[in-house]
Design a protein around this ligand. Structure first.
Ligand code: NAD
Length: 310
């Protein structure tokens, strides 16, 4: 049985555990800094096993030692922005948490593939890569699968079709600077452009771009977690089963698409070694401009990170 460690047992972390268990993918260790939280949630999940028909180990702990030997580590720990805190304060705190976790990952799970989820996504992934000193292919960020599934859902809803039949990919940074590849989108093998007019697609893209914010507006405290966790679970499955799914994810680029030394959402093949391959697609001028804009904002984030004394 594979072993997956999920760091952070909050909304995204715990829901990810739930999806992993439901698909019997791996034994799971849940880690959190709050005493009793991962322990209680772990037990609660186990009590549901006879009803939900899973047979995996789920163990909650406050100690990083228990991640020993994990094949995959999912990083979802962090704090949300509190009143009076600016983005810089938040980055500093979350980067420190990521740094501590990353050194524990390097120590206890030196062969793991790390799926980084905490925000700011592309920057925290870089902190983990630097601190673990893992090969860059073994650290990957989750954002593109989420943006893509939102886009796919909105298309399916508009057309009244089976959501799984809609294929679409969103590249770039998470949120504002995402780059939806609408000309590659399809439904049941037919190009999307044959089924919906461009103005409608653009409206769906706008809703996708604001998908996270729309949920925050409703929730008021906290942010989305069911679709994010489903996105992480899909990535975990692709690694533990070595499926080599072609998905969009934040990969550390070493020249691909003309970028060097940053994490950016691009199409990858995800397998047991992590990012098995970055797929380089020909982009239109408009798509390349949008991706440049994304890369620019990631670079600004890296500058901010480098200016912090962590
Ligand atoms: P949450 O507040 O529900 O959970 C975070 C958990 O981290 C808490 O249980 C907290 O106790 C724990 N934690 C804090 N400090 C820790 C430490 N030092 N060690 C271990 N655990 C620690 O938040 P959430 O809704 O689960 O979101 C988690 C992160 O994922 C956030 O950064 C959020 O912005 C991000 N997120 C990213 C995406 C994406 O697309 N990449 C989507 C949704 C959420």
């Amino acid at each position: 049985m594979n072993k997956v460690a999920v760091i952070g047992s909050g909304n995204v972390g715990a829901t990810t555990v739930y999806y992993i268990a439901e698909r019997n993918l791996a034994d799971i260790v849940m880690v959190d800094v709050v005493e009793g939280l991962p322990q209680s949630k772990g037990l609660d999940f186990l009590h549901a096993a006879p009803l939900r028909q899973y047979n995996v180990g789920i163990f909650g702990t406050n100690s990083y030692r228990e991640i020993a030997g994990a094949d995959v580590v999912v990083f979802t720990a962090g704090i949300a922005r509190k009143p009076g805190m600016d983005r810089m304060d938040l980055l500093k705190i979350n980067a420190k948490i990521a740094k501590t976790a990353a050194s524990a990952i390097a120590q206890y799970a030196p062969n793991a593939v790390v799926i980084s989820v905490s925000n700011p996504l592309d920057i925290i992934a870089l902190v983990i890569l630097r601190e673990t000193a893992f090969h860059p292919q073994r650290v990957v960020g989750m954002a593109g699968v989420l943006d893509s599934t939102r886009f796919r859902y909105f298309i399916a809803e508009k057309l009244g079709v089976w959501p799984g039949d809609v294929k679409a990919m969103v590249l770039g940074g998470h949120g504002d600077t995402m780059v939806p590849l609408k000309r590659y989108a399809s439904v049941g093998g037919l190009p999307l452009s044959e089924l919906i007019d461009e103005m409608t697609v653009d409206a769906l893209i706008e809703r996708t771009r604001n998908g996270g914010a729309e949920i925050v507006r409703h929730l008021k405290t906290g942010s989305a977690y069911y679709a994010p966790a489903a996105s992480v679970a899909k990535m975990v499955e692709s690694v533990v089963k070595d499926e080599k799914r072609l998905i969009p994810a934040a990969a550390f680029l070493r020249g691909e698409y003309g970028y060097e030394g940053i994490f950016l959402g691009v199409p990858i093949l995800l397998g047991k070694n992590g990012v098995e391959k970055v797929i380089e697609l020909p982009l239109s001028d408009e798509e390349k401009r949008a991706l440049d804009n994304s890369a620019h904002s990631v670079l600004e984030g890296v500058k901010t990170l480098d200016s912090l004394a962590l």
